[in-house]
Design a protein around this ligand. Structure first.
Ligand code: BG6
Length: 255
């Protein structure tokens, strides 16, 4: 039964690749909403995939989130150390410190034996404060590094959940709903069609930068995230998807 299930998932993976133009889709059996070990399996697949593509000198940008947080846990300690650098994709987006991009970047760098840089910058600063900060030479340099990342490892959230987690005001949550926001990544919110409908003021990667990044690895699963993953899959900023059976079942029901 296990093998036939894997075979079935393999067929679905090819179908998702074809429909949405992913270079590669990897699906792990199970549903991350139901069992924590499924999130770990996605983390393991992401860690393995990352090791396959890493080359000396590469820069890896990561986002925050509970899914991203398992990747350093699943990564083996690299000996000898790899000559890579890990950076957060965007400045803080209002998450708990354990699952902030900065924390995940530092942990992943430790496992890889590489270097890391952090962006200690709060989100939603005024334009003036933002301009002052981005004018600081060391931050300018770091932003350049982030924007030229070779790899982006990122999660996808449900728009409503992410707005709640980030302490959006009632009125902003309402606005997001009115605009039909379904998914979120890096502080960008997308509607069903994959069009951007809102973005959080923060520094770091913007959507245009994503086009330049060679390896974009999206890691997201759980049946409740199916609609969000589908929405994100309809934009043009994706490349490789690592997900689970729960999410693809939801997607298949919708399409
Ligand atoms: C956030 C990332 O921290 O986590 C987002 O900035 C992502 O890109 C979100 O959408 C996903 O969180 P989780 O906990 O569902 O993996």
């Amino acid at each position: 039964h296990f093998l036939s299930c894997l075979k079935g998932l393999d067929l679905i993976a090819r179908e998702v690749e074809r429909r949405f133009g992913y270079r590669r889709v990897l699906i792990t059996p199970g549903d991350a909403d139901v069992e924590d070990r499924v999130k770990m399996q996605m983390g393991r697949l992401a860690a393995e995939y990352l090791l396959e593509i890493l080359k000396p000198g590469m820069v890896i940008a990561v986002t925050g989130g509970t899914t991203m947080a398992v990747i350093p846990e699943c990564m083996k300690q690299m000996i000898p150390p790899l000559d890579v650098m890990v950076v957060p994709g965007r400045g803080a987006l209002g998450e708990r410190v354990e699952i902030q991009a900065d924390t995940i970047a530092a942990k992943l760098a430790q496992k890889l034996g590489g270097d890391y840089r952090l962006l200690h910058i709060p989100e939603n600063l005024g334009t003036e404060a933002m301009e002052t900060i981005t004018g600081v030479p060391s931050i300018k340099e770091l932003l350049k590094t982030i924007k030229n990342a070779d790899v982006l490892l990122h999660g996808i959230g449900r728009a409503e959940e992410m707005a709640g987690r980030r302490g959006f005001k009632e009125r902003d949550i309402k606005l997001l709903k009115e605009r039909g926001a379904v998914s979120e990544t890096l502080g960008f919110y997308f509607n069903k069609k994959g069009q951007i409908v809102h973005s959080t003021t923060s520094i770091g990667l913007n959507l245009e930068d994503l086009k330049r990044i060679r390896h974009k690895i999206t890691v997201a699963g759980g049946s409740s995230k199916g609609e969000a993953i589908l929405s994100f899959s309809r934009n043009k900023y994706h490349d490789v998807l690592i997900t689970d059976e729960g999410a693809v079942k939801t997607i298949m029901k919708i399409i």
